[in-house]
Design a protein around this ligand. Structure first.
Ligand SMILES: Nc1ncnc2c1ncn2[C@@H]1O[C@H](COP(=O)(O)OP(=O)(O)OP(=O)(O)O)[C@@H](O)[C@H]1O
Ligand SMILES: [Mg+2]
Length: 388
């Protein structure tokens, strides 16, 4: 995969240049989009990705159809291009298009769906059944489909953005989704560190919540001991990770921290870093939210941040902050006046509208979810930390 990225680097550059310099193009009867980026993208699919066969033949555009969501363009691929090559390149292009272009390939037909409509300004929370271990309901995409990703795969996620961007709301939605998923197998535990104290207490019969600094440090220390305990059990059972382990009680643990900057204690920070480094195999996963994603947050935060490969970035003050979170200026470009609008970055960048539930709805939604008896139920968990 690494090598793939190197090969595609020049293509990436070509596309970016194209976005900046190409005028809008006309395709068929109508001008597809005023957005240069998309128009250029269409041409660049053909040019820059070099889907050219040995004889030098390129894909040919055979049809363009206006749709209610934007447009569909059909290409015919020349013979002699491997399916794998096409797939790799399509995926790459989709990623560069930040969720506005979707490509499918069947035989020699390449279908490009272009979504030109705006994302909704508000998208109500909706749960969907899924086989993922730890489904995160991230938001809706340009197709108005719910984007769901598996936290167990990431294995940790950073949530950033300036005040009012929608970080806490996003966490409420993630928690709601995980709790609903948990109704299937009862194998997900959620621990929340909420040092601002006011956001999450309604969840105290479903999650373990700590809201002061000392308890936060205790919880982090406990999770490290739990990690060690699990690693020994897994080793003895010859399992490489929790999903291979079939014995006894070993639920996933998701630790959510809203406002990481409040976590002052040095021990707490070290414990957190250790979890980020080692906890994946043991089924302990982190979602860390902060207004201040930079290294002044705490001494080793830069190191910890590097261990959180999935990122969600709501609006930020400037491109510098966006780069700190995403490595690109994408979050500086999203509208600053739409709370919930965010860039999700994992393998590529995708713009999403996070789903929304008001506090009251969050509480109502909880009514259908059974209270957890003894969350962080282990005997090892300090008594004062155990959930009600
Ligand atoms: N996904 C969303 N859709 C619509 N509105 C939203 C969404 N997320 C947040 N909002 C609105 O923006 C307000 C602020 O959101 P939120 O408290 O989640 O921001 P925050 O990033 O946590 O801010 P802070 O850093 O100050 O804690 C919410 O009260 C809500 O009115
Ligand atoms: Mg908040």
């Amino acid at each position: 995969m690494k090598q793939e990225e190197n090969i595609l680097e020049p293509v990436f550059d070509a596309i970016k240049t194209g976005w900046r310099h190409r005028p809008p193009i006309k395709l068929g009867k109508y001008q597809l989009v005023k957005d240069h980026r998309i128009a250029a993208m269409i041409l660049d699919t053909v040019d820059a990705l070099e889907l050219t066969n040995k004889a030098g033949l390129k894909p040919v555009m055979v049809k363009d159809i206006a749709t209610d969501y934007g447009a569909r363009i059909i290409f015919h691929l020349p013979a002699g291009i491997s399916r794998k090559e096409v797939e790799n390149k399509l995926q790459y292009l989709e990623e560069q298009a930040q969720g506005q272009i979707f490509l499918t390939n069947k035989g020699n037909v390449l279908t490009m769906d272009i979504y030109t409509a705006e994302l909704p300004k508000i998208a109500a929370y909706r749960y969907q059944k899924t086989d993922l271990y730890l489904p995160l309901f991230l938001g809706v995409d340009y197709r108005n489909e719910v984007l769901i990703k598996d936290l167990a795969k990431f294995p940790h996620m950073l949530v950033a953005g300036q005040t009012g961007g929608g970080k806490s709301t996003f966490l409420h939605i993630l928690i709601a989704g995980l709790l609903e998923k948990n109704m299937e197998k009862n194998n997900i535990n959620i621990a929340i560190i909420d040092l601002k104290k006011l956001e999450f207490f309604y969840l105290n019969e479903h999650c373990l919540i700590v809201d002061d600094e000392r308890d936060a440090a205790r919880l982090l220390s406990y999770l490290n001991r739990e990690l060690d305990r699990r690693l020994i059990i897994l080793r003895d059972a010859k399992c490489r990770n929790i999903t291979e382990y079939k014995g006894g009680d070993m639920p996933f643990i998701v630790l959510i921290i809203d406002e990481l900057a409040e976590l002052d204690s040095k021990d707490g920070q070290e414990d957190l870093n250790r979890l980020a480094r080692l906890s994946r195999a043991a089924g302990i996963h982190l979602v860390l939210a902060t207004q201040r994603p930079c290294s002044t947050l705490f001494k080793d935060f830069t190191k910890t941040r590097a261990l959180l490969p999935a990122r969600v970035c709501f609006s930020v003050a400037d491109d510098v902050n966006s780069r700190i979170v995403l490595g690109s200026d994408a979050a500086d470009k999203i509208p600053k006046n739409i709370p919930g609008r965010a860039v999700f970055k994992w393998e590529g960048e995708e713009i999403i509208q996070a789903m929304y539930m008001g506090v009251k709805e969050c509480e109502e939604n909880l009514l259908k979810i059974p209270k957890l008896k003894g969350v962080m139920y282990y005997k090892q968990c300090p008594k004062r930390l155990r959930a009600r």
